[in-house]
Design a protein. Structure first.
Ligand SMILES: Cc1ncc(COP(=O)(O)O)c(C=O)c1O
Length: 421
């Protein structure tokens, strides 16, 4: 008997980021010399107080309420208030198995089309597709660092008749590394208010902000309509722990009972020891702050190093201001690449992997037109544990040190340069 599969799922391909990770690791294990710029996994160890708390709580075996451990929800609310000035009450915070799952459940239960800036993270589109939801990538411009502008959102909304709309704003951004300015957020907030938009502010990289100014999220300017999501995957390097959260404002309290029911009928709760491990990070952030900031400084150096190399080579690339990604385009080499049969970002990334051993992702996976020759680069191919020991203090760091600190990144840039010449 042939199984009949739900059409929405049958046409889904495996998540591009997970696919490239498996492929690059397989090629490496077969002995190929791969520079893996395809997957955004933080390479550092989990902060020690969190690891210890996880070990000490391994005996906990009970189910926890679907909302999550009350102490953890309180700690998360307090952390986001003191770090970013948000005002979420802990009763409306959900702990889930990664923010990805919670974003999916929110996208599933909220009516209205889903808008995202183009480029945006690979999973939002497929999540909308599973729910047969109208998905609207809004084109942004390189000159603005691909940050969504209020006029672009306004233009899109004025053509839509839906009474409610959703916007996912990922800030700092995967794939571009850009961070919205407070002015941009204020302007976007006004448009959101005017057009009845519920914002899911995906702030999984909020603690990996390179700027001198503290990070600001749109919840500061549009508190009544912003659900903020984040988790332990990036700043705490604990992606495999699978713990994220969604914070719902009082004004959207109507979401809480159906989301609670949805959680109870699906994943039930996040594993208890993991919740206690995460608690050790948020409850006493000062015990891990230094570690998180040092990892951030290394991410910053890696991003700025690659940015400099890409610019030297002749690629167009906004300078990353956070997260661990860059979004360089090869438009200056369009003719040359076309003569080699490369006319799409998909072909560009495939040929780069085959001919140079550099793994990265095509811009088309991030909702960019396929003929725009842009790729997503993750700048984390290095030994994080070793670098935490070897990385010089900020005032001792000079650009000449970068190739030694990040040999795989230096190698990748060199291979791309040779391939283009
Ligand atoms: C933009 C963005 N949002 C969400 C996630 C998912 O994070 P989590 O591990 O909390 O599910 C990722 C992970 O790569 C991401 O890059």
């Amino acid at each position: 008997m042939q199984p009949v599969i739900n059409n929405q799922i049958d046409n889904l391909k495996e998540s591009a980021t997970l696919f490239i990770n498996q492929l690059a690791l397989k090629l490496r294990s077969e002995g190929h010399n791969i520079c893996h710029l395809g997957f955004g996994e933080s390479p550092f160890p989990v902060p020690e107080p969190m690891r210890i708390a996880l070990q000490e709580n391994a005996y906990r075996k009970q189910y926890i309420s679907g909302y999550g451990l009350p102490e953890l929800r309180k700690a998360v609310a307090g952390f986001f208030e003191s770090e970013f000035g948000y005002n979420y009450s802990f009763e409306k915070i959900f702990i889930g198995p990664g923010s990805k799952e919670l974003i999916f459940q929110l996208v599933y239960l909220l009516e209205g089309p889903l808008m995202v800036p183009a480029p945006s993270w690979v999973s939002y589109g497929p999540q909308a597709k599973i729910r047969s939801k109208t998905f609207i990538p809004i084109p942004t411009e390189r000159k603005n660092g691909y940050r969504l502008q209020a006029e672009e959102l306004e233009k899109t909304c004025s053509g839509l008749s839906f009474p409610q709309k959703l916007l996912i704003l990922n800030n700092p951004s995967n794939p571009t590394g850009s961070v919205h300015t407070p002015e941009e957020l204020k302007d976007l907030a006004e448009v959101c208010r005017k057009h009845a938009i519920i914002v899911i502010s995906d702030e999984i990289y909020a603690l990996t902000n390179f700027g001198e100014q503290p990070f600001e999220g749109i919840a500061k300017y549009f508190p009544e309509g912003t659900i903020t999501t984040s988790g332990v995957s990036k700043a705490f390097s604990a992606g495999g722990w699978r713990l994220g959260f969604a914070m719902i404002p009082d004004e959207l309290a109507k979401i809480v009972p159906p989301l609670s029911a949805f959680v109870s009928e699906t994943f039930s709760c996040v594993s208890a020891p993991i919740q206690y491990g995460a608690l050790a990070g948020f409850e006493n952030y000062d015990s891990v702050r230094k570690h998180v900031e040092r990892c951030r400084d290394i991410h910053c150096a890696a991003g700025h190093f690659l940015h400099q190399r890409f610019t030297d080579i002749g690629l167009n690339c906004p300078k990353p201001q956070g997260a661990f990604y860059l979004f360089p385009d090869f438009e200056n080499f369009k003719e040359k690449l076309s003569s080699r049969g490369i006319t799409t970002s998909e072909k560009l990334s495939r040929r780069l992997l085959e001919e140079t051993g550099v793994a990265l992702l095509p811009g088309s996976d991030f909702y960019m037109p396929n003929d725009f020759l842009v790729v997503r680069v993750a700048s984390v191919d290095y030994d994080g544990a070793q670098l935490l020991k070897d990385f010089p203090m900020k005032n001792k760091l000079t650009p000449e040190m970068f190739p030694n600190l990040f040999p795989k990144l230096a190698d990748a840039a060199e291979r791309i340069e040779k391939w283009l010449s």
